[in-house]
Design a protein around this ligand. Structure first.
Ligand code: PLP
Length: 473
């Protein structure tokens, strides 16, 4: 049987790929022109046949980045957990949309089950939630829910002729907040970016001043988003301070825990970084980042407002698909067609992979991994601090290590970029970079669950060696 043969063949390729992931270089780097030649994208436009299809799959695997490799310290994700990879494969084979119970009965129940589990874990009472396409989308959903709650007529009348609405985020918040303000018609000028302190945390005095200023001007401060683990510096805005301000000013308080929300699986780290989270209005958390579930896998949760998603996301006539016209009045526990309370029509089955990961590892093992990641970050920080060749550009808050190779200021940016690019093209490592006050620095992210101190030693050894040789040119 053709399908059976192809599935056996692809299983062999995947096995070979997975067993070679940690070995050799993490990429066979080619320039875009060279890679285009190799891929022969224009060939066989009239039906390629299986041998060609498999050639493309092999090329894809050969020239892609091996995200399981120890040198992939670039982004907030690495090679995925095995249970979630299996879940992803099964979801592809069974190919359905998780919009209605009819078309996705198991996925629907798994999603509702996982939402319940996560609401309980976070401590949201009488809450609801939804698996979304990622935290960018979830941040927008949070802003939209806040907008619609503050202006109940906005859904029908739009924001025209309404009172000015102002949202607040920290200057280091993720860029998706600005996109959300644009998409929702609020305008990016109505999203005030509050400066951060020396640790990269939102300055609460300035937030308070800006809230007061907005009110004085006759505007409505409707939304404040704190970040739990900022993208570049890994800073955690003080949730307790934000909650205090929320009680005074009555805004919707959202927390973007896309990256740093992972500490919620560890009691000591939750206390250290996200104390008071059970008192906020909403939270987004990406499981595909620090916890290692296969991309994309996110949850957006709302606290203590059980009918919000239905009111915010449903539209009036969906009867061709969602046959229960009462969906917009129900909470997530009563709705069986999850698409009815979502912004999408078709919905990927993301619940299966998260369910399998959660059942396989559980809170305890995930907690151990996150705590171990933090230990490794402390270890890496100590290496940088003790090295004659390296320096921290910003203090470490949590999981992000912002460092560079020491050099004269006039050449430091160029040299650090060259070190990073050389290591990438040599297939040794890939690390992201950003700027602080004009200084380029590397942002080391150790999201891999099985990284060891030896891997980190090797990473810095390669970095310093490359730096030393490039500094002489
Ligand atoms: C703090 C923060 N929020 C939101 C996002 C966006 O998440 P997603 O890629 O799931 O849309 C990121 C991505 O890196 C992030 O770091």
């Amino acid at each position: 049987m053709e399908a059976e043969q192809m599935i056996n063949d692809i299983a062999d390729l995947i096995k070979a790929y997975l067993s070679g992931q940690g070995q050799n270089n993490f990429i066979q780097y080619k320039d875009p022109g060279e890679l285009r030649e190799i891929l022969k994208l224009d060939d066989y436009n009239d039906g390629a046949g299986w041998p060609r299809i498999f050639t493309w799959i092999e090329k894809y695997l050969t020239y892609s980045v091996k995200t399981n490799h120890k040198g992939f310290v670039n982004r907030m994700w690495v090679g995925a957990n095995l249970p979630s990879i299996l879940g992803e494969m099964v979801a592809a084979v069974s190919n359905t949309s998780s919009c209605t119970y009819e078309s996705a009965p198991v996925s629907t129940l798994m999603e509702k089950y996982m939402i319940r589990q996560m609401l309980d874990l976070v401590g949201f009472r009488n809450g609801e939630g939804q698996m979304t396409t990622g935290s960018s989308n979830a941040n927008m959903l949070a802003m939209m829910a806040a907008r619609n709650q503050s202006l109940p007529t906005v859904k029908t009348r739009g924001i025209f002729t309404q009172q000015d609405m102002i949202g607040f985020v920290s200057a280091d918040a993720h860029y998706s907040m600005e996109k959300a303000a644009n998409i929702l018609g609020l305008g990016t000028d109505h999203l005030i970016k509050i400066p951060v302190n020396g640790l990269g945390e939102m300055d609460m005095n300035l937030l308070k001043e800006n809230l007061e200023k907005a009110i004085e001007k006759g505007a409505l401060p409707f939304f404040v988003a704190g970040t739990a683990g900022t993208t570049v510096r890994g800073a955690y805005d003080s949730i307790k301070d934000l909650v205090r301000l929320k009680k005074k000013f009555n805004f919707w308080l959202h927390i973007d825990g896309a990256w740093g929300g992972a500490v919620l699986v560890s009691e000591p780290l939750r206390k250290l970084y996200m104390d008071g989270i059970e008192q906020v209005d909403s939270l987004t958390w990406d499981f595909h980042k620090m916890l290692g579930t296969s991309l994309m896998c996110n949850i957006f949760m709302i606290n203590n407002r059980p009918h919000t998603l239905g009111k915010v996301c449903s539209s009036d006539d969906e009867s061709y698909l969602f046959h229960d016209s009462q969906n917009n009045k129900k909470n997530i526990n009563e709705v069986h067609d999850l698409g009815a309370v979502s912004l999408q029509c078709g919905r990927r089955v993301d619940s299966l992979k998260w369910f399998l990961d959660w059942k396989y590892f559980g809170k305890k093992e995930f907690g151990r991994r996150v705590e171990q990641s933090l230990e490794l970050c402390r270890y890496a920080e100590a290496i940088v601090k003790e090295s004659d060749f390296l320096e921290l550009v910003l203090p470490r808050n949590s999981f992000n290590i912002c460092f560079r190779y020491k050099a004269r200021e006039s050449v430091a940016n160029k040299l650090n970029l060259a070190i990073r690019d050389t290591l990438y093209h040599d297939g040794k490592s890939l690390v992201g970079y950003a700027y602080f006050e004009g200084k380029l620095f590397l942002r080391l992210l150790l999201a891999g669950s099985d990284l060891t101190c030896e891997d980190i030693d090797q990473y810095f050894l390669d970095f310093i060696e490359t730096g030393n040789s490039l500094a002489q040119i």
